[in-house]
Every structure is written in C-alpha cells, then in structure tokens.
Design a protein around this ligand. Structure first.
Ligand code: AMP
Length: 282
C-alpha cells in the first residue's frame, strides 16, 4: 500500500496501472475510519484490481466552522486499518493540493438536493459535488463506493455524474451498524456515555416503524417515528421524511412510489445523527 499526497504522483501511478489493463475502484472518505468505511473498502477490493481510498477532510462541504475544526484527523490509524483491508493507494492530499485556488463552481443539483439536508446545510452538497468531481477527475475510477448511511448524498452524486457525463459506476453499500443498531459514524465518538446508550433509539424506532407500516398511512408512520424519538428529552428529531428513494421527493401515500425510504436527522444532545430505513412497497 502506498500513501500518496500529490495529485501528480497519484495520476502517474494510476495511468501505469490502467496501461496494464487494471480496473480502478475509489472509496472517498474524510478519514477517522471505522467498520462502515472498511465495508466499502472491502467491497472495492473485491470488485476491482486497484483500490484507491481518499482521506481528505473537505472544507468546502462544512457549513459549520466548529464542526470542520473539531473533525477527527487520524491518518496513521486510518492507514493501519486500510493496509490489511487490501487498499492499494491511500490518497491523502493537503487542502492546498486539492484547492490551490478557491473552487468557485456552483452546481445546480436540482430536486434531489433541494430537500432534507439541502436547505438545512446550505452549501454542503455543492461542496460534496466539488470534492467528489475533483476526485473523479484525478482518479478516473471505473467504480466509486458510497454508503447508504448518507442516503441523499448518493442521489446527489448520481445527479452530478449524470450532468458531467462522467464514466464512473456509482456503487451503493448497505449501512453498517453497532450491535445495538446505531449506525456507525465518526461523530458517534462525540456522544457522552449516557447519550451513547440512548442513541440506538433512532434505529430501533425506524425498525419498529417498518414492522408497523402495513396498515398505517405515511403520515401515521411519520408521526409514530417523530413522537417516539422526541419522547426522550435528550433527543430531538430535526426532520423525518418518507421519500421516493430515487427522487428524494416526499411521498403522501405509499402508492406514490415503488421505493419508499425514511430519512431522519436527530439531535442527540448536541450531536447531529443521521439514519434511514427502507419500507416495503405497499
Ligand atoms: P465520511 O468519511 O463520513 O465522509 O464517509 C465516507 C463514506 O463512508 C461515505 O460514502 C459514507 O456514506 C460511508 N459510511 C459512513 N458511515 C457508514 C456506515 N455506518 N455504513 C456504511 N457506510 C458508511
């Protein structure tokens, strides 16, 4: 495994691999890796000859300066996890390397970006599109791997790829969870031990709502989820939307879509957690 900091070096290594007919997979991350990230890496390793993992805390996608400054940076530990997972190249550029000049590109990502996280984190998806498109231009991967934990992000990336006409296959990977159901996230380490015990209520409630959904309206399921979680004084649902899993648009009734997905954001204390669940077609 090679750790590469320079764009020029990575491009040179990868063009040599491509000349040998190797297929290249990319896993974009912001580091502080956990088993969720590693599940993407393992899939990438299994499906490609070369696995590139980028580790870059992208400033342009943070709309909260404090969040950017306190984001965990653990490159040595990340590399120690990536090598045994079969990663071929770790791409860990500096901010100056990725953005020698400010990236002024403004993407019009349309309806998939205008709901849920979009209006609540202004500039976030534009920053994601900036960094992921740059990574795609640098790496030119055959396939790129993203976690369904960030469900809306995958739809935004698919839209960007379509608009730019990039020849990359987007592969979505299932959410990895702790044994108690909590979706793995680099932000879970910010939970106090007491809140850490409470956080699984989110996944538990979503799971329960799937079991109850047959025979309930979309609104009833929505209200059940919000009310159950909000009953805990330390938890506050920011939004819960049941949407069409392709368009991200809210549905009114189950027959509005073949692919209903519930997307939630909850403040657990002051830690913002996201999760989602797929409902059966009704
Ligand atoms: P991040 O470093 O948080 O930007 O995440 C990098 C990639 O890992 C994204 O595609 C995430 O969706 C994915 N990811 C993060 N947490 C999980 C998880 N618990 N299960 C599956 N994928 C995840």
């Amino acid at each position: 495994m090679k750790v590469v900091n320079r764009i020029e070096d990575l491009k040179r290594f990868l063009s040599q691999e491509r000349e040998k007919g190797k297929h290249i997979g990319l896993v974009p991350t912001m580091g502080a890796l956990h088993a969720g990230h590693l599940s993407l890496v393992k899939r990438c390793v299994a499906e490609n000859d070369i696995c590139v993992v980028s580790v870059f805390v992208n400033p342009t996608q943070f709309n909260d300066k404090h969040d950017l400054e306190t984001y965990p940076r653990t490159l040595d530990k990340d590399c120690a996890l990536l090598e045994p997972a079969g990663c071929t190249y770790v791409f860990a550029p500096s901010v100056e390397e990725m953005y020698p000049e400010p990236d002024t590109r403004v993407f019009d990502l349309g309806p998939v970006a205008s709901v849920m996280e979009g209006p609540r984190r202004p500039g976030h998806f534009n920053g994601v599109a900036q960094v992921v498109s740059k990574l795609f231009y640098i790496v030119e991967p055959d396939r790129a791997y993203f976690g369904e934990k960030d469900f809306q992000q995958i739809a935004v990336i698919r839209e960007m790829v379509k608009q730019l006409g990039l020849p990359v296959q987007i592969v979505d990977c299932p959410i990895c969870r702790e044994e108690d159901g909590l979706a793995l996230s680099s932000r879970n380490t910010r939970l106090s031990p007491e809140l850490r015990k409470k956080a699984p209520l989110i996944a538990k409630t979503l799971k329960e709502s799937v079991a109850k959904a047959a025979g309930m309206s979309v609104k009833e399921v929505h209200d059940f989820v919000v009310n159950t979680i909000n009953q805990d004084p330390d938890m506050e649902v920011e939004y819960y939307e049941i949407v069409d899993g392709n368009t991200m648009q809210p549905i009114q009734k189950w027959s509005d879509t073949d692919y209903p997905v519930g997307c939630i954001t909850v403040y657990c204390g002051d830690v913002r957690l996201i999760d989602n669940v797929k409902y059966n077609k009704q």
